[in-house]
Design a protein around this ligand. Structure first.
Ligand SMILES: Cc1cc2nc3c(=O)[nH]c(=O)nc-3n(C[C@H](O)[C@H](O)[C@H](O)COP(=O)(O)O)c2cc1C
Ligand code: SF4
Ligand code: SF4
Length: 264
């Protein structure tokens, strides 16, 4: 199969899914790489179309064992029997139905899943889980995965000649969860730069006082907190304490290092 361009298509509020896709692309042998960031709300309104000589690396983080809510029923990707490698990135707990769900999104959009993988990164709600990952060992595994995908595609006449993948996960997918935590702004510290407004994947931070307009729509993704250059955003003190208690218990249960799982 003759692949001419690699496309990184990703939703990545705090950047680790993007980093994982870039590390995989390094193993793909120097093909031109184009990036399509689906994180800003406007980016998900445009249709992205791909042809049979493109390879799409489609990445999403795991939220509650699923793909994030903005990607549920996402139908703006168009493949033409385009090879795709769905990739989920999770915070060292578990990825449950997320990889299956992302693979289903791609298959329904006209892509042919040729490889898939679940990889670990630092948990965006608790840096003690998956701390410092992807690390050097992960980057080697990610590059090797890219090389394996390239080898598999080079050996196949076309995407339809490949056997279907058997991806971990169940249908119906597990119920999506929720977190009752919403970041707020400390007005005395805020410098009004608007970085949080730009970073919010669901567009719910207004650009005058930088408060959240619809708390029920908040993903609790922490993109706005991470984007703030002066630490003017964070959870209210009581919520910080509740989240810490919840996440510390989870971190104790998930202390063992999880390794990448790939499907080829
Ligand atoms: C709301 C929420 C739910 C999450 N659920 C899970 C989960 O079920 N399993 C897990 O291991 N990590 C979970 N994580 C951690 C993310 O999957 C992980 O931090 C991922 O690297 C974030 O990707 P990003 O940096 O591209 O945004 C969750 C994070 C958030 C914010
Ligand atoms: S307001 Fe909520 S959804 Fe928006 S960036 Fe902040 S944490 Fe994420
Ligand atoms: S990113 Fe921080 S400093 Fe900039 S507008 Fe938002 S809260 Fe204010």
């Amino acid at each position: 199969m003759n692949i001419t361009t690699v496309h990184l298509v990703y939703f990545s509020p705090t950047g680790s899914t993007h980093a994982v896709l870039k590390a995989i692309a390094r193993g793909l042998g120097g093909l031109p790489v184009r990036e399509h960031d689906l994180t800003p709300p406007g980016a998900r309104d445009a249709t992205l179309s791909f042809g049979p000589n493109d390879l799409v690396l489609l990445g999403a983080p795991v939220y509650y064992g699923r793909i994030p809510a903005p990607l549920h029923g996402y139908a703006r990707l168009k493949g033409a029997r385009t090879p795709v490698a769905p990739v989920v990135v999770y915070g060292n707990r578990e990825y449950e139905d997320a990889l299956r769900e992302l693979t289903d999104v791609a298959a329904a959009a006209g892509f042919v899943p040729v490889a898939a993988g679940a990889f670990v990164a630092e948990h965006s709600l608790n840096a003690a889980m998956g701390s410092g990952r992807p690390d050097a060992a992960d980057r080697e595994v990610l590059c090797a995965f890219g090389q394996a995908v390239a080898g598999k595609l080079a050996a196949a006449a076309d995407a339809d000649a490949l056997s279907p993948l058997k991806i971990t996960g169940n249908t119906p997918y597990r119920p999506y969860g929720s977190m009752p935590f919403v970041p707020e702004v400390t007005p005395d510290v805020c410098i009004g730069c608007g970085a949080c407004v730009e970073a919010c994947p669901v567009g719910i931070i207004e650009d005058e006082h930088f408060t959240v307009t619809t708390p029920d729509a908040c993903l609790c993704c922490m993109a706005c907190v991470k984007a703030c250059p002066v630490d003017a955003r964070g959870l209210p003190a009581e919520q910080t304490e509740q989240l810490r208690t919840r996440m510390d218990a989870l971190a104790r249960k998930c202390a063992a290092r999880r390794e990448a799982e790939t499907f080829l």
